[in-house]
Design a protein around this ligand. Structure first.
Ligand code: GTP
Ligand code: SPV
Ligand code: MN
Length: 596
């Protein structure tokens, strides 16, 4: 028997969870391949809701890969069931659903009480960020899902190293998770930023259940960042090496399912350039004492949208999925090609295979008009499988940032690219990002909503204060990164994308580097700085000059409507919108009216 005084906060937490959830067994994950293989074996023999948790896929095509089919009611994040439970409602802001923390805990404890009877509780100690970094954070999640436990192994750094790093400290994130009965009526994702805790019940889906991801590394971390003077952002990190050997690092924020993973693994189309991948979803950003912005990716894997991924659109990701460095790789809610037991999704191949099982587990009827894979079907794969992984990925300092790209999914109004005049104008533009909603979250799709910095669903506190925090960060920067706005998703009258996107986006990145290196001129207009006529290298691209003009043009009437919508959006934040941003908005309005 251990003396009570020797029990560490980590052990105490496990004991509390055992008492609350009453599992038959407790499995503390120590990491390593053997343990992962043991869990994968167990998952192939276990059923949840009448579905086998993991099925082995063809290892000759996708090594170490498994298929997971979720309950059809559990295929995306559920923002309407996601709460930020700060002491006051105003701390959470109009951007979050709020519940009183006492009430929320009472509700969740009732759900968690005895929820793991007959099940095993997996205890996952993990680190967000490379362990040697001062930015890295210690975390522990408990879960009753083997699928979640294995996914956490891919997405974070789990095991002994985390246990050691936690040591006897009480300072670690606590994540409570159970899939419960996978009942949408009993599904809640509750955040307690003031207690460094998340309670998630009733869902096994990525952003709801892998608590190191959106719950901790964005919602809780953004709250911590505000207090400690750093930023937690929904951003990719890439390095772009130019022919002269210089590497420029970029951050890129796009709402869910708007192209981050694709951009993070881009292959340059021009000779002499190379892209290094550092992250595809989350960046933690700080400013050094000398005023330089640095960023690191707290995650260790990709949880990427499968549909649309192919050797044409994203060859680097296809290679990543076919690498065998890390065990395991998971595919969730894709279809299965029964001819060779491989996962399949829309646009993986030009032809739809004949013999598919759809994501519901039924024989696929091509004439149904429905997709075979769920539009939000995903793969979970280690970043160490990625052939373009940056040698700086594990640099504890992160990488120095010279540009930030913001984008949304807009069929009109927002041009293909423009540069913001300065940091404040960039923060303003980012605070107004609009995007058509996608399948990454449940609810209506294709409707325009404001999604500032692509953080609307992920900012763990009042967004008005978040904008002030961005402005404060700017004051610490000696040479602020240039801020660029992009829109890959402009459509023509027939509803077709006007810009080919994907690999061709590199043309735009190159223009940004030329701007940063002061090699390219720009044209001033009402909203910022646009490329000159020959600013973007279009060599080898079959695009009409009129289309290009249209893509870069600013339609004043549409922009006037845009300004009205921004005013309406800002009005939701009472008096929390910083004066600097209001001023930039009224100056923009005046410029649009003056230039008539
Ligand atoms: P989350 O993981 O949800 O945060 O998404 P993400 O931002 O990483 O998006 P991802 O790169 O997975 O792309 C989502 C969808 O957008 C996929 O269906 C892609 O095929 C599509 N997409 C990505 N880049 C482009 C582009 O440049 N043009 C067009 N038209 N579609 C794109
Ligand atoms: C997103 O929706 O932005 C994702 C997937 O990256 S999830 O992990 O569910 O948040
Ligand atoms: Mn995301």
């Amino acid at each position: 028997m251990k003396n009570i005084h020797e029990v560490s906060p980590f052990e105490k937490f496990i004991e509390e969870m055992r008492e609350l959830m009453e599992p038959d067994e407790v499995f503390i994950m120590e990491g390593g391949n053997n343990e992962a293989k043991q869990l994968a074996d167990l998952a192939q023999k276990s059923e949840v809701d009448g579905r086998v948790v993991l099925k082995k896929l063809n290892g000759n095509v996708y090594p170490n890969s498994f298929y997971h089919q979720s309950n059809p009611n559990d295929v995306a994040r559920t923002e309407h069931l996601t709460y930020v439970c700060t002491l006051t409602k105003s701390q959470a802001g109009p951007n979050n659903l709020w519940m009183d923390p006492h009430e929320a805990k009472k509700k969740m404890n009732t759900l968690f009480k005895g929820c793991m009877k007959g099940r095993t509780m997996f205890v996952i100690p993990f680190i967000m960020g490379t362990p040697s970094s001062t930015m890295a954070k210690n975390c522990v999640q408990v879960t009753d899902s083997i699928y979640v436990a294995l996914s956490m192994r891919i997405m974070t750094r789990i095991g002994k190293e985390a246990i050691k790093r936690i040591g006897s400290s009480d300072n670690f994130f606590r994540g409570l998770h159970s899939i419960g009965e996978v009942d949408p009526q009993k599904r809640f994702i509750m955040h307690f930023p003031q207690e460094n805790t998340v309670m998630s019940f009733g869902s096994g889906y990525g952003g709801n259940a892998l608590l190191g991801k959106k719950c901790y590394s964005l919602r809780i971390a953004s709250y911590l960042g505000r207090q400690e003077g750093w930023l937690a952002e929904h951003m990719i990190i890439i390095g772009v090496k130019s022919p002269d050997g210089k590497v420029s690092y970029f951050l890129g924020a796009f709402p869910s399912a708007c192209g981050k993973t694709n951009l993070a693994l881009l292959e340059p189309i021009f000779n002499g350039y190379k892209i290094f991948t550092l992250g595809d979803d989350i960046a933690w950003i700080n400013v050094s004492r000398s005023g330089q912005m640095y960023a690191l990716n707290p995650e260790a894997g990709f949880f990427g949208v499968a549909p649309g991924t192919s050797s044409k659109t994203n060859p680097v990701m296809m290679e990543t999925l076919k690498n065998d460095n890390f065990f395991p790789t998971l595919f969730t809610n894709t279809a299965i090609n029964n001819d060779d037991n491989t996962p399949w999704w829309e646009n993986l191949t030009d032809e739809t295979p004949e013999n598919l099982t759809d994501w519901h587990g039924q024989a696929y009827d091509k004439t149904s008009g429905k997709p075979a894979a769920h539009p939000n079907s995903r793969f979970t794969v280690s970043i160490y499988n990625c052939p373009t992984l940056s040698p700086e990925f594990d640099n504890p300092k992160g990488v120095p940032i010279s540009g930030i790209i913001f984008g949304g999914r807009r069929k009109d109004t927002i041009p293909l690219v423009y540069e913001c005049r300065d940091w404040e104008s960039g923060v303003f533009a980012a605070s107004t990002i609009g995007s058509e909603t996608t399948a990454a979250s449940t609810g209506s799709q294709g409707t325009l909503r404001r999604d500032p910095m692509a953080m609307l669903p992920f900012c763990g506190y009042n967004m008005g204060e978040y904008f002030s925090h961005w402005l404060e960060i700017g004051k610490k920067l000696k040479k602020p990164p240039k801020i660029f706005m992009v829109n890959w998703f402009r459509k023509d009258e027939d509803g077709k994308f006007m810009w080919p996107g994907f690999r061709e986006n590199f043309r735009i990145i190159k223009w940004m580097i030329d701007r940063i290196e002061e090699r390219a001129e720009a044209v001033e207009n009402e909203i910022g700085l646009s490329p000159t006529k020959d600013g973007i290298n279009l060599t080898g691209l079959d695009i009409k000059p009129e289309t290009m003009d249209e893509l870069l043009s600013i339609d004043k009437d549409k922009w006037k409507t845009e300004v009205e919508q921004i005013e309406e959006f800002y009005s939701k934040f009472d008096n929390k919108i910083p004066q600097e941003l209001r001023k930039i908005l009224s100056e923009l309005k005046a410029r649009l009216n003056d230039s008539d």
